[in-house]
Design a protein around this ligand. Structure first.
Ligand SMILES: [Mg+2]
Length: 276
């Protein structure tokens, strides 16, 4: 198969979308925004040897590549609209499988594949950009946490890194107009909570974490790749089902955090931190 044939196959697999005036096949896609919506943009890379290996199924890698970006859309309380996929690989069978996995999740979450780029490289890598949408002014941001808010997380933390990601889109939608801040846990609770605290100018106290069966508290606090949502709710607001209250926002030096009364350092995953 050559590039044109792959693109043509993809085009035939794509969902029709009334917002997408023009999809795969021209120099650019054309998206017509709906009245009163604000668009969210996020992009996420996956690199062979860093985020995946070729021993994993290509379909799982494709699904995961989209899921990571959809998790960002969920964290903003958004609905996915379309995605653009840039992929470099050399094996056409692998490419086909990658897209099969990606498009399976795209269909389930009504994310239209609007275009992208394909290149040949011995080291495989991809970049998935997703555009989502929220009603004007309704996006969930990191900078709204207030002193006295309770802190919640969805699911259980400390997942193994290659576990399937289920982007929390429905929860994100349910938090619109309710949560004061929200973030997805991609780099570990300690680091992602620290980001919320810094953006909001507050400190936090954590009393407990819901640990996944077979995992450890340490991993639940600092391991990355959980892709659950962490959010804050003001006193008196009822939390959605299936979430756990883990602590509260307090006054203090911005970014200061404690776990069970002891200082908690932001030690989640940082690509640029020197390994000790
Ligand atoms: Mg994120």
């Amino acid at each position: 198969m050559n590039e044109l044939e792959i693109v043509e196959r993809l085009r035939r697999l794509c969902l029709p979308s009334k917002d997408l005036v023009l999809g795969i096949g021209d120099d650019c896609a054309i998206y017509r925004p709906r009245a009163g919506e604000e668009l969210l943009f996020t992009t996420d890379q996956m690199i062979e040897g860093v985020h995946f290996t070729r021993a994993q199924k290509a379909a799982d890698i494709g699904e995961r590549a989209l899921a990571r970006s959809l998790s960002d859309i969920a964290a903003m309380g958004g609905e996915p609209r379309f995605c653009l996929v840039a992929l470099a690989a050399s094996d056409t069978k692998w490419i086909e499988e990658f897209y099969r996995g990606l498009l399976r999740l795209a269909k389930r979450t009504t994310t239209t594949l609007a275009g992208g780029d394909l290149a040949r490289d011995q080291k495989y890598h991809c970049d998935v950009m997703v555009c989502g949408s929220v009603p004007r002014g309704k996006a969930l941001r990191r900078d709204g946490a207030r002193v006295g808010d309770s802190i919640f997380v969805s699911g259980r933390l400390g997942k193994p890194w290659d576990r399937r990601i289920e982007p929390r889109l429905e929860l994100g939608l349910g938090l619109r107009g309710l949560a004061t801040s929200c973030i997805d846990l991609s780099d570990g609770l300690s680091l992602d909570l620290h980001r919320v605290c810094m953006a909001s100018g507050v400190a936090a106290e954590i009393d407990r974490v819901p640990v996944m069966k077979g995992s450890k508290v340490e991993r639940a606090l600092h391991g990355g790749e959980d892709y659950e949502l962490l959010f804050t709710l003001p006193d008196g607001k009822k939390a959605p089902r299936g979430v756990t209250r883990v602590g509260r926002i307090v006054r203090g030096v911005p970014g200061t955090m404690t776990f069970e009364g002891r200082p908690l350092e932001p030690r989640g995953y940082d690509h640029f931190r020197k390994q000790s």
